[in-house]
Structures are given as C-alpha cells and as structure tokens.
Design a protein around this ligand. Structure first.
Ligand SMILES: C[S@@+](CC[C@H](N)C(=O)[O-])C[C@H]1O[C@@H](n2cnc3c(N)ncnc32)[C@H](O)[C@@H]1O
Length: 268
C-alpha cells in the first residue's frame, strides 16, 4: 500500500469531502457535521439524491459482475474508490473470479484509513491501495503496475468521480492518458452526475454543494459523458442513466437517477 507520508493522515472536518458526503447518503457513519450539512443541502434541491446514489452503487456492482464474468477481466483499477459500502469492487469481482487482482485509488484520508483495515483482512486474490490523485494518471499507472500486469486486459473504474474533476483540470486529457495505458481488450467503466437530467434541480444542488465542499462539482451532459469513451467500443446499451445499464429487473431499471454511465472496450 502506498500511503504517502506514512503518518496518520490529517482529516479536515471544516469542509465537506465527497467521500464522506457520499457515505452519509448511503447511511454510513464516516461523516462529520459539515458533510451532513452539504448532503442535506443537496437533498433539499434534488430529493432523488439518495435513490440516485444507491442506483449508482448497483451499477458499479453490475458492471464489475459483467466485466469479471462475461468479459473475462481479472484485473481492476478502481479510481475514486470511496468509503467501503456494500458490494465493493473486490468483493463482487472475487465472488466471480476468486483470483482477481484489484487496485483501489483515492486521495481522501478517511478512505485511506479504511483501506488499511481492508488490506489486513484476508481475501483471496490480491487487493492493493494507492493514496493518489486521479489528476496524476502516470503516477497511478506506475504504482498500480506493482500489482497489475499492464500486458493483459485491465478494467479501469471511474465510478462517480469525474464530476469532481473540473474542466480546468483537463478531464478528457486525464481519461485519455488512462485509456492510452490500457492494453487492448481492456475496459473503461464510468459514471458521473448529469447536467441534462432534472437540470434545474441538479444545477441548484451543485451550487449548494460547491459552497460547502472541498471539491467543485462539474455536471455533464449525455454527449459530454459519451466523449469520455472516445476510441472505445461501447458495450450495449451504451451510455444510459445508470439504472438502465443492464438492470436486473424492471423495478431496478425504474430507479430515479441523475447519473449517466457506461462501459467501453478497447479493441483487441
Ligand atoms: C462520490 S464518491 C464515489 C465512490 C465510489 N466510486 C462509488 O461510486 O460508490 C467519489 C470518490 O472519489 C474520490 N476522489 C475525488 N476526487 C479525486 C481525485 N482527484 N483523485 C482521487 N480520488 C478522488 C473521493 O475522495 C471519493 O472517495
């Protein structure tokens, strides 16, 4: 595990962090008053937030199940991991392929603390954690190469994280550099908050969040999210609201969601 300076990481409770706000919406306990205030402010503007966040977690699990099963992927690089919740990437992947290798990446100190606990538990296969920023994809690829074989297909997971990368940070350049590191036959699974679903409520939710949080949210349209998959072959049904990506039931498909998501494959 690459844990930066090795000291206990500093947790800033004066400003909301996306990992902790997300944990609050999912009913977790790893959040502070400032995170709950930001979470409530968003929920007042967009009352569907909890259902939408849950639908996104379900998308993550279905995408990993598809990748580990039908697509035969055994290596996962999950960037913007978040605080562990139900159906984490390694649990879903290793339930299908016990020997699957998973590398988690996040830059939040609370996620790092959980990773320390997670990595001491005995799991089959291999799980590693890198304390790093998505905006430095070369560092992530170099550290991930300790665990993953970049000569064989890898699934890169960018689930509910790209809306935290603003345009000034060159989101398409970052994803392009990640795609360039992917060997043929690799996959990208990505979801992010939409700007063109319940637009007015979403815009107000972003305004409220951005006043209280460390990271600024940048919501994107369907076309802008689809652009992240440029050069890849989109797996059916393409970029859709996350509950509509290969849902397990009609009920699941009907969940309220303000997120676009999809899975793309780099041709062999
Ligand atoms: C909304 S949560 C999503 C968690 C999980 N992927 C999911 O979908 O349930 C976003 C996560 O991305 C992380 N994150 C945000 N910006 C990041 C960055 N620049 N580099 C690494 N991680 C980042 C946050 O710390 C947080 O844990």
């Amino acid at each position: 595990m690459d844990s930066g300076n090795g000291d206990r990481p500093r947790i800033d409770t004066s400003v909301a962090h996306s990992a902790r706000v997300h944990d609050y919406w999912l009913g977790g306990k790893d959040n502070f008053a400032v995170d709950r205030a930001a979470g409530d402010a968003v929920r007042e503007a967009y009352p569907g937030i909890v259902e939408s966040v849950r639908a996104n977690r379900a998308f993550l699990a279905r995408a990993v199940r598809y990748l580990a099963g039908e697509a035969g992927i055994t290596q996962f690089l999950d960037i913007g991991t978040g605080i562990p919740a139900s159906d984490n990437t390694h649990e879903v992947a290793q339930a299908v392929t016990p020997g699957a290798r998973i590398v988690y990446v996040d830059h939040d100190p609370v996620v790092l603390q959980h990773a320390r606990a997670l990595l001491t538990s005995s799991v089959p296969g291999t799980v590693d954690y890198i304390d790093a920023d998505l905006r430095d994809p070369e560092r992530i690829a170099a550290a991930a190469a300790r665990t993953l074989d970049f000569g064989r297909p890898i699934a890169i997971m960018l689930i509910a994280v790209m809306h935290l990368i603003v345009d000034a940070d060159d989101p398409y350049g970052i994803v392009g550099r990640m795609k360039a590191a992917m060997p043929p036959g690799s996959y990208l699974a990505l979801s992010q908050v939409a700007s063109d679903i319940e637009s007015e409520r979403m815009a107000e939710a972003a305004r409220r969040y951005n006043k209280l949080a460390r990271e600024t949210q940048r919501h994107r349209t369907h076309a802008e999210v689809t652009r992240f998959f440029d050069g890849l072959e989109l797996v059916e049904p393409g970029v859709v609201t996350v509950p509509r990506w290969r849902p397990g039931s009609e009920l699941e498909a009907r969940a309220r969601s303000g997120m676009w998501g999809g899975v793309g494959r780099r041709r062999s």
